[in-house]
Design a protein around this ligand. Sequence first.
Ligand code: AMP
Ligand code: MG
Length: 412
Amino acid sequence: MPISATSAKPAPKLMSADDALARILAGVPALPEVETPLLDALGLVLAEDIAADRDVPPFRNSAMDGYAVRGEDVASAPVELRVVGEVAAGGFPDRAVEPGEAMRIMTGAPVPDGADTVVRVEDTDNASDLVTITAATPQGMAIRHAGEDLKRGETVLTKGTFLRAADIGLLASVGRARVRVRKRPRVAVFSTGDEIVDLDAPIKRGQIRDSNRYTLASAIRAVGAEPWVRGIVGDSPDALRAALREAAAADAIVTSGGVSVGDHDHMKPVLSELGTIDFWAIAIRPGRPLAFGEITDGGRRVPIFGLPGNTVSALVTFEIFVRPALLRMQGRENVTRPKAKARLLEPVDKPDFLRVFARGIHDPEAGTVRLTGPQGSGILRSMSLANCLIDLPVGPSRIEQGEVVDLILTEG
Ligand code: AMP
Ligand code: MG
């Protein structure tokens, strides 16, 4: 399928996507470190080294329900042992286990002194006075040792760790109800354009519903940042100025629309008043125009990303430029998506001077990828159906069926 050749000649100075991204990553500030309740730390980057405050587990305990015994007593079976008590999780044994004795024990319960082995209940007759051990059990069986997970004083997580569910559990097990992390960015998002209306408003002739603000707010959330959803701003310099001033209270600003060079595209002059801004024509499709700069607010540098208004362009430029920037601001080292290669199931025509991010459906099992259908920059369904971007480089004007192409896996 041809990717429409609406645009005419190459503009004189197109910037490569890699150059633009490198400048963006070099330009965004790292967010401050803050203390946060443990449950809010998922997906954030740890800003301190964490040491274990005690052994985990803190005491020797049983991995099974069964009988705590001395290993030499159960080296062969069957054998009868005298049951001298019982210990459950949360309890503590009131005596030691002597030769010829056994103590009933539950999973997680402390192992009594003298015992070094737990015979699981399935290998006994489950009796309560005189128990018969029916299977020989190796010494040390089903014993969990103090500190076998974490040793007291040991560093268990280091500064810079991206916190996943298991890490949150580790932090809980060393008693950290609050931890220092790099702040989750609060990202202001608004739409621009006189034709754009919100979902609850009646639609007049010539108007369209705002989808970008919803797409972008969701993409912001998906990258672990907090969207601060602002309104729709008309194509007037005053409205834009006021909206940007307010949005500068955020950690970053994402807008869509108004960055082309139409008569009603006011981002450039207004932003040049309020801060520093670059307007780039990037050698990609979709999403050629992109504005990147910063506003300073009380000494804080607030990056601003002015994305194009076309629905696919807005989301693809978010994916390629804003997503990595928001991750880097959060202290993430790795800001790239997983990649793959696949065989193209259909030929694709493209402008040779552009890098095209076609929307694809990747079948990892078959090692193939196909287009999602029409690829216009306003056909948002092409993104909705996709599980990857097919990254087609500058150079060729046609990629043949069967050629192996690079994929950016965007699912998740
Ligand atoms: P612009 O970048 O402002 O020239 O807009 C390019 C195209 O995207 C126009 O067709 C707009 O109507 C459309 N567009 C701009 N903003 C939005 C939005 N928030 N939601 C949906 N479409 C939009
Ligand atoms: Mg517009």
